[in-house]
Design a protein around this ligand. Structure first.
Ligand code: NAD
Length: 276
């Protein structure tokens, strides 16, 4: 299975498709990630708040595959933002993962009312300079947050990881990112299974036309737009299905049909709502 790689503005290569471990219970994480690795995933997306970094690290080691073959992302949890607390929190992540570097370290939420993200970014830049994060980026940043950070930053974020799927396409912030060389990572690429995306006519029709499932069609829509995705599942069959998306191409008309599903389809929090 060859997964396309995208070059980030840091020069780091990231597999365009990976595996996200949000809500995977701690005791199950190692086994599920081992299975994902067996299926072919090498890009793993975790976070401090998921509390399952240790399981991800253990699965990587248990695989016997060289660390350099993996792309590991983790994220700074909200209370640890700030000039003094970011680096110790990052070091706790490395301890949990039992790794001496991560490929990507993100500020998880901007928390605009706390107004700490610019000083947090200074610490993130230090982490990147130390080589312990190959790339640094942000998550859930909307246009005002990103503009403020870009005005103060020395290092442009490599990625912005945001909720993005056909029902919430985030055009303004992805366009701003593209102008600055910031790659878009789409979290909740399948709408977290909460939104009836997989039953929409353009998705179902394209799936039938290609002999694929609706989930594969939505993932393919993301990939053709250039988004980086890491769908989550704990079921082997779906792990296999979600990576098997490189043997068909959606036509322009099929892409446009799925793009027409845009509406106010946010399934999770608005970034301005999260301030602690
Ligand atoms: P997702 O869109 O990947 O949805 C996951 C759900 O979709 C599963 O629980 C399952 O119900 C369903 N699903 C998965 N594969 C399927 C298939 N083949 N067919 C039918 N249904 C299927 O949502 P997610 O897990 O929230 O997002 C993916 C990853 O993004 C997370 O695991 C996490 O790593 C990351 N994430 C980041 C943030 C953030 O704030 N930065 C927030 C949420 C998630």
């Amino acid at each position: 299975m060859t997964i396309p790689q995208i070059e980030l503005n840091s020069g780091t290569m990231i597999p365009q498709l990976g595996f996200g471990v949000f809500q995977i219970p701690v005791p199950e994480t190692q086994a599920v990630v081992e299975e994902a690795i067996e299926v072919g995933y090498r890009h793993l997306d975790t976070a401090q708040i998921y509390e399952n970094e240790a399981g991800v690290g253990a699965a990587v080691r248990a695989s016997g595959i060289d660390r350099s073959e993996f792309f590991i992302t983790t994220k700074l949890w909200n209370p640890h933002q700030g000039r003094e607390s970011t680096i110790p929190a990052f070091e706790r992540s490395l301890d949990a993962l039992q790794m001496d570097y991560v490929d990507l370290f993100l500020i998880h939420w901007p928390m605009p009312q706390r107004n700490l993200y610019n000083q947090t970014w200074e610490a993130m830049q230090e982490i990147a300079a130390s080589g312990r994060a190959r790339a640094i980026g942000v998550s859930n940043f909307l246009v005002p947050h990103l503009e403020s950070l870009l005005a103060a930053a020395d290092v442009v974020p490599a990625v912005n990881q945001i909720e993005l799927h056909p029902a919430l396409q985030q055009r303004e912030v992805t366009a701003l990112g593209a102008r600055h060389g910031i790659a878009t990572e789409a979290w909740g690429p399948l709408g977290q299974g909460k939104y009836p995306l997989l039953e929409e006519t353009p998705v179902v029709d394209a799936a039938r036309a290609h002999g694929k499932t609706p989930a594969q069609v939505v993932l393919r829509w993301h990939l053709q737009l250039g988004n980086i995705v890491f769908p989550k599942s704990t079921r082997r069959k779906r792990l296999e299905e979600n990576i098997d998306v490189f043997d068909f191409v959606l036509s322009d008309a099929q892409m446009a049909g799925i793009t027409s599903l845009e509406r106010d389809g946010r399934v999770s929090h608005h970034p301005d709502e999260i301030n602690e």
